[in-house]
Ligand binder design. Structure first.
Ligand SMILES: C[S@@+](CC[C@H](N)C(=O)[O-])C[C@H]1O[C@@H](n2cnc3c(N)ncnc32)[C@H](O)[C@@H]1O
Length: 193
């Protein structure tokens, strides 16, 4: 059994109880990223679907939302019954689909332990000049402390956007970065193949 999947399966039923602070400023956070009406977006590692509806509202288009945890997707489907959100259980590393205009990975990136695999899969699932967005509703010091305390063997240390970008530079151009006490953002545009 995949240890990341097992970890989140066990937490899925209580997941939303811990999200109250995050929910306060979701719209403000999503306003930082280059989403437009008509975009085809993947909500990557969607959990219980915390941002899925907002992505649908902004793009006014169907959103695909995937998560490796069956229990997260079960709760996502229970909480959000919009026909414009296609929730699916899927492991991103193995996921195949038509290309997206944007992949949004919210509050989940450090749980992808194989970063090279993550970069390659994101690149293959994006249209030309499509965006990979890595977004967190807390700063990385806080995030690292949180992971060290609660999720040490299912997360990796998050470096500054500039240092993370070293892993992306052959395939993406970094268009925007934020690295503050309460936010973390990398907006990466797919470079030519
Ligand atoms: C910290 S939770 C965040 C969930 C959601 N984005 C939110 O903000 O509530 C991280 C999520 O990443 C998912 N995840 C981890 N590895 C994954 C993978 N390889 N493919 C798809 N989902 C994955 C987990 O199952 C978990 O739901």
């Amino acid at each position: 059994m995949n240890k990341v999947k097992e970890f989140f399966d066990e937490r899925a039923d209580n997941w939303n109880d811990y999200q109250t602070e995050t929910l306060n400023d979701l719209k403000g956070l999503l306003a930082l990223i280059p989403l437009k009406k008509g975009m085809r977006v993947l909500d990557l590692a969607c959990g219980t679907g915390i941002i899925s509806e907002l992505l649908q509202e902004v793009t006014e288009s169907k959103v695909t939302a995937i998560d490796i945890s069956d229990n997260m997707i079960k709760n996502a489907m229970k909480n959000h019954n919009s026909v414009d959100i296609d929730f699916k259980v899927a492991n991103f590393y193995e996921y195949e689909d038509e290309p997206f205009d944007a992949i949004v990975c919210f509050n989940a990136y450090p749980h992808f332990l194989d970063v090279d695999g993550f970069v390659n899969k994101a690149h293959s699932l994006l249209k030309k000049e499509g965006y990979l967005v890595i977004l967190h509703s807390m700063g990385r010091v806080c995030l690292d402390n949180h992971h060290a305390a609660f999720a040490a063997n299912v997360s990796r240390h998050l470096k500054s956007p500039k240092d993370e970008y070293v892993l992306y530079k052959d395939k993406f151009i970094m268009e925007k970065e934020i690295d503050t006490d309460n936010k973390y953002l990398m907006v990466l545009k797919k470079a030519e193949n």
